[in-house]
Design a binder for this molecule. Structure first.
Ligand SMILES: C[S@@+](CC[C@H](N)C(=O)[O-])C[C@H]1O[C@@H](n2cnc3c(N)ncnc32)[C@H](O)[C@@H]1O
Length: 205
């Protein structure tokens, strides 16, 4: 089974509020995004956004230039259905973030909760970081949530790479600087504890 088939199956088998990573609201993501005081027109991308409700909250917050990218057509369909008419103001991209060719110097903020940690091979991580650096504006921000060292070694049936703050800084390289990090416990609908590491990076070069 390919990676995209794996995710499609997950979203076709479970409603979005029963998948392992479900949170009714991504509070930390939202707080950190709002703290940027971005213009309403500032381009924001949620990479691997799936059917997450972050998009609903960003739209409610007045942000008008939002892109959601995900491998899974079904996940995007769930999100569009939930949003109804509001979905038409969002750019939806069904794609693999390690293979897209993103617009250069475009986004003020790139958000990723629980996607980068599935890239367990250095080449995949390099392709992701290359795309991030291509697409992020100077001084743009990168908000990322990965499994921390305390989390289980797999997530949703796939192996993950777990990160400390130092390791995420090393992996992302010197063109992004970690401004702050925080750990956050997520408990899956099935009761499994997963400690996440949230990191807020600023582009420096
Ligand atoms: C664990 S879920 C997290 C979803 C969402 N970010 C959230 O926090 O609710 C991982 C998501 O990343 C997507 N995904 C996995 N690998 C991807 C890739 N290489 N490119 C784009 N999306 C990917 C999956 O389809 C899935 O929606």
């Amino acid at each position: 089974m390919t990676t995209s088939q794996h995710w499609e199956k997950g979203y076709q088998t479970n409603p979005p509020d029963e998948v392992g990573w479900y949170e009714p609201r991504l509070e930390t993501s939202l707080r950190w995004i709002r703290a940027r005081s971005l213009d309403e027109d500032s381009p924001i991308i949620d990479v691997g956004g799936g059917a997450s409700t972050l998009i609903d909250d960003l739209l409610a917050g007045g942000y008008r230039s939002i892109t959601v990218l995900d491998l899974s057509r079904t996940a995007l369909a769930w999100a569009k259905k939930r949003l109804g008419e509001r979905a038409s103001s969002v750019t939806w991209l069904e794609a693999d973030i390690t293979f897209v060719d993103p617009p250069a110097c475009h986004y003020d903020l790139w958000h990723d909760r629980a996607v980068f940690h599935f890239l367990t091979h250095p080449q995949q991580q390099e392709r992701y970081v290359d795309n991030l650096l291509k697409a992020l504006r100077p001084s743009g921000r990168f908000i990322i949530a990965t499994f921390s060292l305390e989390a289980p070694p797999s997530c949703s049936g796939l192996p993950v790479k777990r990160y400390s703050a130092d390791e995420s800084q090393r992996t992302l390289g010197s063109k992004l600087r970690l401004k702050k990090s925080v750990k956050e416990l997520h408990v899956t609908p099935g009761g499994v504890e997963q400690m996440y590491l949230y990191g807020h990076f600023q582009r420096t070069a």
